[in-house]
Design a protein around this ligand. Structure first.
Ligand code: WQD
Length: 326
């Protein structure tokens, strides 16, 4: 039987598709290639199409004997979501509903969902566990919270799901031939890499007057390959009868922006030009995961540290300064 991976030509999706393939699992990717790359998944079955296109999804389910799904396909730019709410709700929420409807028509009932720690908004305490209230602060985060709630209601129609709330995904495949597309994100690690490789002149540190040890914001950076492993474990959990749940995917370790800069300079042996800039609206001071639940239920823990995140990201961008070919 086959795993359908929506958005599997994207950053985390491609790493997950490759891991499953290397494990001998059958995989088929559905991706519009609007933000994904064919070159990110060489040798893996790809159907270019939209999750809301029930004819295409149905055909893929029948032709490939799909029995489970990992759903990555979504728009995920926080800032963009605030100025284009209709596009985000239509693509992320309406698209997910249409996808599930077609899956149920084809008796596909195991569903792993790519959610985000952004559903917590600004948590009251750190580390954050799954009992924390969901207080999304962006349209993007709200769509993730809405889909989580929709999936939880689908237990009533026989669809079991695991929603994985990623903290800060970063890094690249150990091979150096897969990684993040820095043109499509303003996240810290790819922005640091753009500075190192001359695609940007200097890093703006968005504030150093936060109530944290060094004044800069603290986050939980989790390696993309560890994230991919979490999806495999979620699939296996559902395949052995696991009940629906949502869980954090993070290391449990907080790292400040300044610490990440220091690590980058240590790993690369190069100075990283940076300057303190005004705070960025909406940035919580400290957000990092309590990974107790995912460890207990899925047996997952992060195995790669910040040094490996920076090393792998640097290797990818060094070997592929222009990223994937279009
Ligand atoms: C990390 C830290 C910035 C850029 C977002 C989404 C979340 C998830 C990950 C999808 C912050 C600081 C950043 C820069 C900086 N995405 N920073 N200069 O905001 O924690 O999380 O991306 O699921 O949903 O909310 O990630 O990488 O943008 O920022 O100082 O040029 O780096 O202030 O403290 P964030 P980020």
């Amino acid at each position: 039987m086959t795993v359908l991976i929506t958005g599997g030509a994207g950053y985390i999706g491609s790493h997950t598709a490759r891991l499953l393939t290397e494990m001998g699992r059958k995989v088929v990717v559905l991706d519009t290639l609007e933000r994904g790359y064919r070159d990110a998944i060489p040798g893996i079955d790809l159907v270019v199409g939209d999750i809301a296109d029930s004819r295409t999804v149905g055909k893929v389910c029948r032709k490939h004997h799909v029995d489970s799904v990992i759903h990555f396909a979504a728009y995920k730019a926080v800032g963009e979501s605030m100025i284009e709410p209709l596009r985000y709700y239509k693509n992320n929420v309406a698209g997910s509903i249409a996808l599930v409807e077609t899956l149920l028509e084809h008796d596909v009932s195991r569903f792993v969902f790519s959610s985000s720690a952004a559903v917590y908004g600004t948590p009251d305490i750190a580390p954050v566990n799954e009992d924390a209230p969901l207080r999304p602060q962006s349209v993007y985060a709200q769509t993730k919270a809405d889909i989580e709630r929709f999936l939880a209601s689908c237990d009533a129609v026989g669809l079991r799901s695991v929603s994985l709330r990623y903290f800060n995904a970063a890094g690249a495949h150990d091979s150096g031939d897969m990684g993040e597309d820095w043109t499509a994100t303003a996240n810290l690690v790819p922005v640091v890499m753009k500075v190192l490789f001359g695609a940007s002149t200097s890093l703006d540190v968005f504030g150093d007057d936060y109530p944290t040890p060094d004044g800069s914001c603290v986050r939980d950076y989790v390696h993309v390959s560890d994230l991919a492993d979490a999806h495999v474990k979620a699939l296996d959990y559902l395949a052995t009868g696991g009940t629906s749940m949502a869980c954090n995917v993070g290391t449990g370790q907080g790292t400040s922006v300044k610490q990440l800069i220091t690590m980058t300079e240590s790993v690369t042996g190069r100075s990283l030009p940076h300057k303190i800039a005004p705070r960025r609206a909406g940035d919580p001071a400290t957000v990092f995961a309590d990974p107790t639940l995912i460890r207990a239920i899925l047996g997952w823990r992060a195995t790669r540290d910040l040094r490996e995140i920076i090393t792998s990201a640097y290797r990818w961008h060094d070997r592929h300064p222009d990223g994937y070919a279009r």
